[in-house]
Ligand binder design. Sequence first.
Ligand SMILES: CC(C)(COP(=O)(O)OP(=O)(O)OC[C@H]1O[C@@H](n2cnc3c(N)ncnc32)[C@H](O)[C@@H]1OP(=O)(O)O)[C@@H](O)C(=O)NCCC(=O)NCCS
Length: 205
Amino acid sequence: MPSGATEVNSKVYTVCGRSACQDSLNYTHGENTTESKLKLVEVNYENYDDLIDLKVEESQKNFVASNMYSLAEAYAVVASKGYAMPFGIYLEDKPIGFLMIGYYPDLEYTQKAFGDDEEIPDYVPSSYQVWHFMIGQDYQGKGYGKEAFRLTLEYIKTKPCGEAEYCWLSYKPENEVARKLYRSFGFEEKDLPKGWDEIPAVLKL
Ligand SMILES: CC(C)(COP(=O)(O)OP(=O)(O)OC[C@H]1O[C@@H](n2cnc3c(N)ncnc32)[C@H](O)[C@@H]1OP(=O)(O)O)[C@@H](O)C(=O)NCCC(=O)NCCS
């Protein structure tokens, strides 16, 4: 199997980098691995409209980019041969949330991705990032965020794009629900790097 590929039901899908949109229209994760009613489904031509329609509460809009913006970002990253993996979070066949994973294989890639203005903490090169994570407003507070995040980590731990030492994410200082959720999975808060407005938290893989 080529590096960066995952085998699901005997089919090989490449799930990161440029080939994501070429080769993997039907990747799902979680369907057969747990008793969960949730699964992660790669964004594709059939589901992107429904995922764009998912919104958070007005009071949460500052916590996360819109799914439309995130998908545009994913397109730009993948078109630049970078790593962005957007997924729908599904409750059985219903899209209820959105997730995007990033990957930083080494310092050279990380420097290109971050540009000159932002400090690069030492855990970022050689890491996966939970880049965007949201549950639609009608589905929040029912345990789906926690379960979807568990599936997300389970997937990241398969290291779908290659080796990495850490998983990290970041959140607005006032986002107490997110802070508590990530802490419950073992993420440790770090100092605010120069140029950041979100607090990073890190998990050793
Ligand atoms: C953060 C988010 C994904 C959590 O998803 P969710 O489905 O609502 O969360 P869950 O129902 O699985 O609950 C997870 C935990 O948060 C708590 N929680 C959920 N909503 C809460 C609220 N409004 N107030 C206080 N606690 C809350 C739950 O009690 C649960 O805690 P527990 O494990 O101790 O029981 C969701 O609220 C969301 O999409 N928020 C807006 C976008 C966002 O902030 N994304 C994260 C950016 S870093």
